[in-house]
Design a protein. Structure first.
Ligand code: PHE
Length: 445
């Protein structure tokens, strides 16, 4: 395995930007705002923050540990760290297969957002009759060629970034795209909050309502936090393998979680107030981004056409860029694996991943049921299973001294030294139990 000339991120900031870029995506834009609103507003946000700190953060740090210590792709990392343990051979490809599946349909959704970005540039929503605009999405997904072409173009552009490599591709792209995303979403949220009637949306998102909190709220919060932090998919293991030995894994985790949460909240403030101002019911998933939001722009277009057009363009640009920074992290998992496993060049590995995701995604592009099935099984079963394996591996298979050495950089980092027992306890006892509960709740709640 090519350890000597393995690529690395150039700086700490680059690591955080790349990881936060992976974390910030459609999960923040179309699931968080809805879940938060439906599951008790600020009450949900508190539970979500607790789930992130006590469960996702230890899982995240464990993935970085596996990557950084093995300096290896996600498929071989655990075997490299524990070669004598046979069990891990059976599951080793899971962290490569899961991201390939997710990348395939994620790229289809990225393609839809690109299509909507082009439509916004042509002022299609601004000029449309609000009553008819929701049908645009239906027309798009039922078109025999459009979603397919958009998916392939979106995947191609994302793959080309990965062709550039860790430093000149992923790092460079994340360095400008992440700040751009924050600027865009803040601008849109200010605009959205200032619309007449917007306060109902802010209230929906943030007013604490403990009566909507049920046992399933906890499962939703944990599941969403995992998905949003890109856990259980080999991406953080892979990015972790490019992290320098001098980096502070704990603070990388805290920074990524912080950016991710901040973005989710601001995205909620960009989306929900506008939806309420337009007088429609909030929803989640494709319906929110591709039906409700265009309606908002069409309504605004009746009185303020220029502003509506500008905000529509900025909004869909945000969706496109957020989806792309996540997609490149998924593609990189497969690429790193092929490069190391089969000693292929980066470009050849990228071509192979492009072909595989292109084909699987093509099925999703023409048949929404395939997309839904892949999404459901990847996010509710596979990634939770993988996160469980990660926790067991770092908590029970790796030696405690090794884990401690990674977290504290051999005792050099004072805060991680102090907090190590807390991390280790959460990792071994709280995280596995919580993960099993989320898993079971998917079937019974
Ligand atoms: N975290 C991303 C989101 O919130 C999804 C994702 C999962 C991206 C796994 C990469 C890897 O949309």
């Amino acid at each position: 395995m090519a350890t000597a000339k393995r690529e690395k991120f150039g700086s700490r900031i680059a690591v955080i930007f790349a990881m936060a870029g992976s974390a910030i995506g459609l999960g923040n834009l179309w699931r968080f705002p809805y879940l938060a609103g439906e599951q008790g507003g600020a009450a949900f946000v508190i539970i979500y923050i607790a789930a992130t700190i006590f469960i996702s953060l230890p899982v995240f740090m464990s993935e970085v540990i596996i990557g950084r210590r093995s300096r290896c792709n996600a498929g071989d990392a655990m075997i490299k760290l524990a070669p004598e343990k046979k069990f891990w051979r059976y599951v080793k490809y899971l962290p490569v297969i899961i991201p390939i599946i997710i990348a395939s349909y994620y790229s289809v959704i990225g393609g839809w957002s690109m299509d909507f970005f082009f439509r916004s540039c042509a002022m299609q929503f601004t000029k449309a009759d609000p009553a008819s605009v929701a049908s645009v999405f239906g027309e798009l997904v039922s078109s025999p060629w459009r979603p397919l072409v958009m998916h392939l173009v979106f995947l191609l552009v994302s793959t080309l970034i990965v062709v550039g490599g860790v430093k000149s591709g992923i790092e460079k792209f994340s360095k400008w795209s992440l700040p751009l995303l924050f600027v865009l979403v803040v601008v849109i949220s200010i605009y959205s909050i200032c619309l007449p009637g917007a306060s109902a949306g802010v209230e929906y998102l943030l007013k604490p309502d403990f009566s909507s909190v049920t046992p399933s709220t906890f499962a939703y919060a944990m599941g969403q936090s995992f998905y949003s932090m890109s856990l259980g998919m080999g991406t953080i293991i892979t990015y972790g393998s490019y992290v320098s030995k001098k980096d502070n894994i704990m603070s990388d985790g805290v920074a990524t979680a912080g950016f991710d949460l901040f973005f989710a909240l601001i995205a909620g403030l960009a989306v929900m107030p506008a939806v309420f101002a337009a007088g429609i019911e909030p929803g989640s998933g494709p319906g929110l981004i591709f039906q409700s939001i265009p309606y908002v722009f069409a309504k605004m277009g009746e009185t303020m056409p220029v502003l509506s057009a500008v905000v529509a363009i900025l909004f869909f640009l945000t969706v496109v860029v957020a989806a792309m920074t996540s997609l490149i992290s998924l593609i990189e998992v497969g690429v790193a694996f092929l490069m190391e496993k089969f000693a292929l060049s980066r470009i050849k590995s990228c071509c192979i991943v492009f072909l595989i995701c292109g084909v699987i995604g093509a099925f999703c592009a023409v048949d929404g049921t395939v997309l839904d099935v892949l999404d459901w099984s990847a996010s509710n079963i596979l990634l939770i299973l993988m996160a469980f394996l990660v926790v067991i591996f770092v908590g029970f298979v790796m030696k405690k001294e090794d884990v401690k050495a990674e977290i504290t950089n051999n005792g050099e980092l004072p805060t991680p030294v102090k907090l190590f027992p807390v991390y280790y306890f959460l990792l071994r006892w709280i995280a596995p139990i919580a993960i099993v509960l989320i898993f079971v709740s998917n079937f019974i709640l």
